[in-house]
Unconditional design. Sequence first.
Length: 122
Amino acid sequence: MKLQASAPTHLHTFTGYGEGYVMVNGTRHERSLIVLPERIEPWPVAGFEALAEEHFALIAELKPEVVLLGTGGRLRFPHPRLTAPLTRARIGLEVMDVQAACRTYNILMAEERKVAAALLFA
C-alpha cells in the first residue's frame, strides 16, 4: 500500500531542514523567522543570546495557541521574564531544537491547530 501525505497546499509546511536553514514549501530560509499555517514573518532576532521580551511580544500579537521555539542545533531555554508576553496572553510555549520544532509544527498544523514555529539560526 502506498501512503501519501495529504496536507492542504495553501498552508505553510516544512519540507526540509539542515545545518543553518529550513525549507518551507520548498523555499529555503536561513534567517530567524516565524512560520504560521497561513503566513511567514521575519523574526528580527540575531540569535538566542539576543532574545528579548519584545521578540515574544511580537509572537503574542500573532495570537497562536502554541509556540514552538526552535533554539538552533541544541536545546536552550529562555528566561521566563523574556517569555512573559506569551504567558500573559495564555499562549503555550514548547522549546526544542529547530529540527524537532519543524517536525512538531507539521504534525500540529496537520491537526489544524493554530501553531507558530519561531526559529533561531544563530
